[in-house]
Design a binder for this molecule. Structure first.
Ligand SMILES: Cc1cc2nc3c(=O)[nH]c(=O)nc-3n(C[C@H](O)[C@H](O)[C@H](O)COP(=O)(O)OP(=O)(O)OC[C@H]3O[C@@H](n4cnc5c(N)ncnc54)[C@H](O)[C@@H]3O)c2cc1C
Length: 289
C-alpha cells in the first residue's frame, strides 16, 4: 500500500514546531528518522494531514556532557550513539544495546527521540533509559520538563508527553566508578524486535553489588524493572549461589505482578524462562569480570 496524501513542512526552529502542533493538533505528526512512521503511513494505520519534519532543528541534535549528565539529542541516530566515544565512556550500556536495534540501514536513520516517543515495549532505548534512571527532556510552548524514565512510559505506545510537546533529548546519568553494565536480548533473527531482553546496571563496592537495576523488555506493555530481584542483589557478592537465587526470584516475580504478556508466537511461560536465562547470563559476565 501507499501512504495517503499529506502535506509536508520542514521548520527550522522549535517555536515553529510548537506553533504548527498548536494549529494542527492530532492532524499533525512529527517526522524524525521515518523508520517507524513511514511504515505506519504506508499501512494506513495513521492518516495525518501534515508531516512536520524535525530533522532541520539544531536544538534537537548533539551528544555532550552537560550539568553532570550525558545529554543525547532526540535526533541522534542509533548509529551515532553506537559509535560515540562519549557514549562508550559515560553510558556504555547504550553502546552494548545499539547493535541489537534492527539493521544498519535502519540504525543510520532511526533516532533516539523517535524510539523514546514511540515507546515500543520491545525497543532497546526505552529499556536502557529505565535501567539507567535517565530523564526524558520534553519541550513545548509552555517550557521544558524533565521526566524520569520510570514515569515516562505509561502503557503500550503511550507516554507522558502532552499534546504539543516533543522529546528534545534524553539525559543519562554518567557511569559511576565501579559501575558494571550488561545488555542482551533473544530474538528469532538478529535485528528482529526482541522476544525478551534485559538491561542490567550495578555498582560494585568491594565486590558487592549496589543499587542494581534490572530492566526487562518484551515482557509487559512498557519496559519494567524487576525490583524484588534487584533488592535481593543489594550488598551481595555475585557468585553461582546468588545467581541461582536471583534467577528463581525473577521467575517468581514474572509469575506474579510482572506476568509476561504472550505474543503471537511466544507464551507467557516462554518469556518468563527467557528472562531468567538472560539474567543468569548477565550475572555470569559480572563474575567473569
Ligand atoms: C524492519 C524494522 C525493524 C526494527 N527493529 C527495531 C528494533 O529491533 N528495536 C528498536 O528499538 N526499533 C526497531 N525499529 C524501529 C526503529 O528503531 C525506529 O528508528 C525507531 O522506532 C525510531 O523511529 P524514527 O526516529 O525513525 O522516528 P519516526 O519513524 O520518524 O517517528 C516515530 C514516532 O515517533 C514520533 N516522534 C519522532 N521523533 C519525535 C520526537 N523527538 N518527539 C516526539 N515524537 C517524536 C513520530 O511522530 C512518530 O509517531 C525497527 C524498524 C524497522 C522498519
Amino acid at each position: 500500500m501507499k501512504a495517503p496524501d499529506f502535506d509536508y513542512t520542514k521548520p527550522r526552529s522549535l517555536d515553529e514546531v510548537f506553533a504548527l502542533l498548536a494549529e494542527y493538533g492530532d492532524e499533525a505528526r512529527l517526522l524524525a528518522g521515518g523508520q517507524t512512521l513511514m511504515a505506519t503511513l504506508n499501512m494506513r494505520l495513521s492518516e495525518p494531514a501534515l508531516l512536520i519534519d524535525i530533522t532541520g532543528i539544531d536544538a534537537l541534535r548533539g551528544i555532550a556532557v552537560r550539568d553532570g549528565a550525558l545529554r543525547i539529542g532526540a535526533l541522534a541516530t542509533h548509529t551515532q550513539i553506537e559509535s560515540s566515544t562519549l557514549v562508550a565512556q559515560h553510558a556504555p550500556l547504550l553502546a552494548m544495546a545499539a547493535p541489537h536495534i534492527a539493521h544498519r540501514a535502519i540504525r543510520n536513520l532511526g533516532t533516539l527521540g523517535g524510539s523514546i516517543a514511540y515507546a515500543d515495549p520491545a525497543a532497546e532505548w526505552p529499556t536502557c533509559a529505565l535501567a539507567l534512571d535517565a530523564a526524558i527532556v520534553c519541550c513545548g510552548a509552555d517550557g521544558t520538563r524533565h521526566i524520569p524514565a520510570a514515569e515516562f512510559f505509561l502503557d503500550l505506545y503511550t507516554t507522558a508527553l502532552r499534546p504539543g510537546e516533543l522529546v528534545q533529548a534524553v539525559e543519562f546519568p554518567m557511569a559511576a566508578p565501579g559501575a558494571r553494565f550488561h545488555f542482551d536480548e533473544l530474538a528469532r533473527r538478529h535485528g528482529d524486535y526482541a522476544i525478551a531482553g534485559l538491561a542490567l546496571a550495578s555498582r560494585f563496592e568491594q565486590g558487592q553489588a549496589r543499587q542494581a537495576r534490572i530492566a526487562l523488555m518484551g515482557i509487559a506493555a512498557t519496559p519494567v524493572r524487576a525490583r524484588r530481584t534487584e533488592a535481593l542483589l543489594e550488598g551481595r557478592a555475585v557468585d553461582a549461589g546468588v545467581i541461582g537465587e536471583a534467577a528463581s526470584l525473577l521467575a517468581d516475580e514474572l509469575a506474579g505482578a510482572l506476568q509476561p504478556v504472550a505474543d503471537l508466537t511466544n507464551s507467557s511461560a516462554t518469556k518468563r524462562h527467557l528472562a531468567t536465562v538472560l539474567l543468569r547470563r548477565a550475572l555470569t559476565t559480572f563474575i567473569a569480570g
